[in-house]
Write a protein that binds this ligand. Sequence first.
Ligand SMILES: NC(=O)c1ccc[n+]([C@@H]2O[C@H](COP(=O)([O-])OP(=O)(O)OC[C@H]3O[C@@H](n4cnc5c(N)ncnc54)[C@H](O)[C@@H]3O)[C@@H](O)[C@H]2O)c1
Length: 358
Amino acid sequence: MNAALKVGVVGGGIGRAHVEAYRSLPEQFEVVAICDLDREKGRQLAAAQAIPRAVTDFGALCAMDDLDIVDICTPPSLHVAQTLQALEAGRHVICEKPLAGSLREADHLADAEKRSGRRVMPIFQYRFGHGIQKLKLLIAQGIAGRAYLTTVETAWRRRAAYYAVPWRSRWATELGGPLVNLAIHGHDLVYYLLGPARSVSAHLATLVNPIETEDCVAAALEMADGSLCTLSVTTGSAREISRHRFCFARLSAESNTEPYRNSHDHWSFTGDSPEIDEQIRGALAAFVPLPEGYAGQFSRFHQALASGSSPPVTVADARASLELITALYHAARTRAPVELPIGETHSLYGGWQPPGRS
Ligand SMILES: NC(=O)c1ccc[n+]([C@@H]2O[C@H](COP(=O)([O-])OP(=O)(O)OC[C@H]3O[C@@H](n4cnc5c(N)ncnc54)[C@H](O)[C@@H]3O)[C@@H](O)[C@H]2O)c1
């Protein structure tokens, strides 16, 4: 499969960044249509990015015969229904986070994907930064050794202007707070490198903005590999940072702290001995830099479709991130540790939103 795949993007907010990433990969993708309820916004994006078609009706987008992929960049509460509709129309789906509002919905999407013969790829573009990719390589080559302790800080700043967008800050439309929509990336990076948690405790508070959901989180995780991890999240940080710090038996790794690029270079890797430092230097000298961010995820998706392998991010990956979210909300509300995995009989399997709010 060498021809460029034809993409239709729905949602012209962050969808604009998706379009720019596709346009940086012209041999792999061609954006042929944009869909936005806001006709003028869609038209302007189409004109600015040389996209031939602009429509307002999602059904009309899905019905376009020549589309290979529908890329969903709409508010969170629309993701499940639109993913199902696009699969039914025979398209592959790329969907922004969060993929779904519950584990039940995630499981339903996994079944629908299997039945469709098409692929669903949730977005976790931070995975493809060169800093995190280098640490992934050091782990894969056995240079890092076992994990001891991980700390993650997502300290961002959000004020009234951010919440002026009507779908934000409400359980029914945003599906959760910064745990679901902001820190989901930083937390996914922990799962990407170390695998899932087996037990979590958490405290949540709403301190920064008058919103329905949490905006500060302090959580402690015991990972399935036996290591420990702390997660902290706030939208009240005057200076914004994202920070990952991994302490392994043979090295420690620390990200840069740029809030929205901390998975990119530069990370520091410190070996526990001069010999390990030498191994780190040798391994990183062979590091092959691939595209990062959205372009990194999309180009790998193209390769996966061509080779018939799994997408670089799967529905199972998105489900794992939603399982962590479910466990953290439950732990905070019950003020007790929560064991994972979370199965169909759990009281929050159908959604972590408070009763009457979903
Ligand atoms: N991965 C990331 O780093 C990242 C960054 C920002 C946003 N997001 C996610 O992207 C999604 C969209 O967020 P945003 O900030 O772009 O929101 P937004 O409100 O800025 O844009 C959403 C667009 O979707 C359009 N829309 C809404 N319903 C529609 C429908 N039924 N059919 C067609 N168009 C419709 C709106 O008119 C709007 O233009 C959210 O899930 C958000 O969490 C991800």
